[in-house]
Design a protein around this ligand. Structure first.
Ligand SMILES: Nc1ncnc2c1ncn2[C@@H]1O[C@H](COP(=O)(O)OP(=O)(O)OP(=O)(O)O)[C@@H](O)[C@H]1O
Ligand SMILES: [Mg+2]
Length: 231
């Protein structure tokens, strides 16, 4: 079942006289439960792609359909609510609320949407994250890897159709990076969660079902294995 469809996506940034074509006719789709990685040089357009798909940025042209719904034909308010319910974000810098403890950070997206957390689901998630004994800790009292695991839990709690992760392991050492990737892999298997993740670390693409490479705004599908094709 197709969850995400990106069709002829273009994004051009204009700064005075200078035009940057950050995305050039990008088209691809993702199935339910697929774990896809995006690689590419710095400045190639990876974050622009994720930001457009997550409706954090507005494409210049083209379409993005999530579960058949065209993101940019919605009114802004409708799009904000749709995003909150259907897309989870994980960033390099974790972006947890520093005054809230682990459990409160986890359930925050539900509260934003006036929904009541299911205690059993919260327990299950804490266990999956390996943070059952850290539930009352504040983000400042956690390691980087633990903080990113909370951020992944926060993205998972609403069971969104799609999780977008922009270099989720960028601030982590190799052990914590692998834990984060294992967690995302487990989420895609256990919850049939569709994930699109940018990474600079080619070792971390090994768990992905598919790998895309962005090069100067053009996206290419590299298929399932990339180690020979990545330089
Ligand atoms: N808000 C903006 N205004 C103008 N140009 C921008 C803007 N955001 C990005 N760009 C340009 O678009 C291009 C793609 O940027 P993007 O952030 O998508 O790259 P990236 O592949 O994520 O790079 P990195 O690996 O360094 O994070 C770059 O040339 C960048 O300078
Ligand atoms: Mg980037």
């Amino acid at each position: 079942m197709e969850i995400l469809k990106v069709h002829n996506l273009c994004k051009t940034y204009t700064q005075g006289e200078i035009k940057v074509e950050a995305l050039k006719n990008v088209s691809f789709s993702l199935e339910k439960g697929e774990f896809a990685a995006v690689v590419g040089e710095s400045g190639s357009g990876k974050s622009t792609l994720l930001n457009c798909i997550g409706a954090l940025d507005v494409p210049t042209s083209g379409q993005i359909l999530l579960d058949g719904q065209n993101l940019f034909s919605m009114k802004e308010e409708e799009r904000t609510i749709f995003r909150r319910r259907n897309i989870g974000f994980v960033f390099q810098t974790f972006q947890l609320v520093s005054e809230l403890n682990v459990e409160q950070n986890l359930i925050f997206p539900l509260l934003l949407d006036y929904r009541k957390p299911d205690p059993e689901a919260v327990e299950e998630l804490l266990k999956l994250l390996g943070l059952s004994d850290r539930r009352r800790h504040l983000p400042g009292q956690l390691s980087g890897g633990q903080q990113q695991r909370v951020a992944i839990g926060r993205a998972l709690i609403t069971r969104p159709k799609l999780i977008l992760a922009d270099e989720p392991t960028g601030n982590l050492d190799s052990k914590n990076s692998q834990d984060v990737i294992d967690l995302l892999t487990e989420a895609s298997r256990r919850y049939q969660q569709t994930i699109l993740m940018i990474t600079h670390n080619r070792n971390l693409t090994a768990c992905a079902d598919r790998v895309f490479r962005v090069s100067d705004g053009i996206l290419k599908d590299l298929g399932g294995t990339v180690n020979e094709t990545l330089s």
